[in-house]
Ligand binder design. Structure first.
Ligand code: F6P
Length: 549
């Protein structure tokens, strides 16, 4: 029995869950007219209606008691103060330092890191200005108009999705293209669409050892040299963001063109660092700074608000409630805003690479479920795709709906329809439609009673499906920064309760190693018996299909 499941607070929640499961939210709303008004929170420009959750006062109290029993506040303060909470890599976890607008020092190994954080921000600002003003010119004297941002995982998702989400705030000076996958189609499509004389490549890799990013950059360099550039001109058209300055320099990126990052910033938490350079280039430095300011406001809320009024804490605990007491396998994000359509993919890496683990900090196997599957897509599209399963499927899929109340240059009819679909879905999920209501609807349809009952069963909507609804005035850089930081801290809260190290990612290492061995096999440089029969067979098929004609 693990420490967690032996806690009295855990046992209490199990009892509460048994009683709550017999209740229906429909009835709770009918019995308490103030439920919606009581179960709402506001922080950093974000309004959260959490009344459509399967919790009552007793459940909420039990969840906050569990958080205190797991020493959430102590561990939260340890993270912010730079303690090495990444316990398997011996590192601090300080993405919060990147957006620390207070005059608080942040010590790593006894040294205040804020001066270098500020210096890097200043480097980003100056470089962005030099590109936007046309001062920085390419090898034929043309100003830079196109950016090719190469990276993958946290070195891609943050820059791409934040830029996409803030499309109304993009500057005309440059157009940013993002390339991640090693599938050559993408890099070739992008390079075919740009004129290298006016193009800058931003290569982002914290480790500077990620195969996809290195290969895409090699291809870009070769393309540049073939299109008329020389080795000396590389410095005008290639910059890098990395914590591995040595490897970046050896790769041929000049030292002045390397934007530093640090090992106390995890890849999936790095958009606030120089990894965010493409964001600043796309939106302008002030808007990039707005992202940081919004995240700082959420950090302040997370570190000062009482647990019961703390948005990331509440969201983290609601996730525990469904994952561990309702056997929910996944959590769906439904942004009702086209520009925010990438958010589910962003939170996928943030959440699943942080808490997709089954070993506790002490190295014991867990005896409870941990990180859920994160998925989703923009509303209303999901309503015509997977909402059927959320409404009538077996099991519970907690949902996060989000909607800006105002959108730029928007026809009000469209926006009213979008909002009505968003709110209508949360209502349908909560109240459902009873068998009796469906049976009554089938009156007078010429059906015998057996067929009428059979059809009514198919049409019944159980309801009692939980959801959160987030509203914000409009999606500004500050609001987006707060929203992303809110999910970062939700993930942290859950990692604390599950007693995981949320900040390493050993699970992705084996695939990288074996991928390189298979590559050698495909290139005929490795013995066949290095691989299992299936992999041998797959390699053979690939080699046959690509044998020289
Ligand atoms: O998926 C593994 C991972 O290390 C992520 O954590 C990271 O964001 C991504 O690969 C890219 O890593 P890098 O920035 O070092 O190229």
């Amino acid at each position: 029995m693990s420490t967690l499941t032996s806690l009295p607070e855990w046992k209490k929640l199990s009892e509460i869950a048994s009683s709550v499961k017999g209740a229906h939210m429909r009835d709770w709303f009918a019995q308490d007219a103030s439920r919606a008004n009581k179960m709402q929170l506001e922080a950093c420009g974000i309004f959260l209606d959490y009344s459509k959750n399967r919790v009552n006062d007793e459940a909420l109290k039990g969840l906050f008691d569990l958080a205190r029993a797991c020493k959430l506040e102590t561990l939260r303060d340890a993270m912010f103060s730079g303690e090495q909470i990444n316990s398997t890599e011996g590192r601090a976890v300080l993405h919060t330092a990147l957006r620390n607008f207070s005059d608080r020092k942040v010590l790593v190994d006894g040294e205040d890191v804020m001066p270098e954080v500020h210096a890097t921000l200043a480097k980003i600002e100056a470089f962005t200005a030099s590109i936007h003003s046309g001062e920085h010119k390419g090898y034929t004297g043309k100003p830079i108009k196109q950016i090719v941002a190469i990276g993958i995982g946290g070195s891609f998702l943050g820059p791409k999705i934040m830029t996409e989400a803030l499309k109304p705030h993009t500057v005309d000076a440059v157009k940013v293209h993002f390339v991640a996958n090693v599938d050559g189609c993408h890099i070739h499509d992008v390079l075919s669409s740009i004129d290298f004389e006016e193009t800058l490549v931003v290569m982002s890799s914290k480790s500077f050892s990620t195969q996809e990013t290195l290969q895409n950059t090699i291809t870009a360099k070769e393309w540049f040299l073939k299109s008329g550039g020389t080795q000396e001109d590389i410095a005008k058209h290639f910059v890098a963001v990395s914590s591995n300055v040595k490897a970046a320099t050896e790769f041929g990126i000049s030292a002045d063109n390397i934007f530093p990052m640090w090992d106390w910033v995890g890849g999936r938490y790095s958009l606030w660092s120089a990894i965010g350079l493409p964001i600043a280039l796309a939106l302008g430095f002030e808007n990039f700074k707005g992202l940081l300011e919004g995240a700082f406001e959420m950090d302040t809320h997370f570190t000062t608000a009482p647990l019961e009024e703390n948005m990331p804490v509440l969201l983290g605990l609601l996730g525990i409630w469904y994952r561990n007491f309702f056997d929910a396998q996944s959590h769906v994000l439904l942004p009702y805003y086209h520009y925010l359509r990438g958010l589910p993919a962003y939170v996928q890496q943030l959440d699943m690479e942080s808490n997709g683990k089954e070993v506790t900090q002490e190295g014991e196997n867990v005896d409870y479920p941990t990180g859920p599957i994160i998925w989703g897509s923009e509303g209303t599209n999901g309503q015509h795709s997977f909402h059927q399963l959320i409404h009538q499927g077996s099991g519970v899929i907690p949902a996060d709906f989000m909607l800006p109340l105002n959108v730029p240059n928007q026809d009000n009819t469209h926006h009213a329809m979008l909002a009505s679909n968003c709110f209508g879905q949360t209502q349908a999920l909560m109240q459902g439609k009873t068998f009796e209501e469906c049976y009554a609807d089938l009156d007078g349809k010429g059906l015998d009673d057996a067929e009428r009952k059979r059809l009514a069963a198919h049409k019944t909507m159980p309801g009692n499906k939980p959801s959160n609804t987030f509203l914000f005035d409009s999606l500004t850089p500050k609001t987006l920064g707060a929203l992303v930081a809110m999910y970062e801290h939700k993930v942290f809260v859950q990692g604390v309760i599950w007693n995981l190290n949320s900040f390493d990612q050993w699970g992705v290492e084996l695939g990288k190693v074996l991928g390189n061995q298979v590559l050698a096999g495909i290139q005929g440089e490795a013995e066949k018996d290095n691989f299992d029969a299936s992999t041998q067979q797959l390699i053979a098929k690939f080699r046959a299909a690509n044998a020289p004609k």
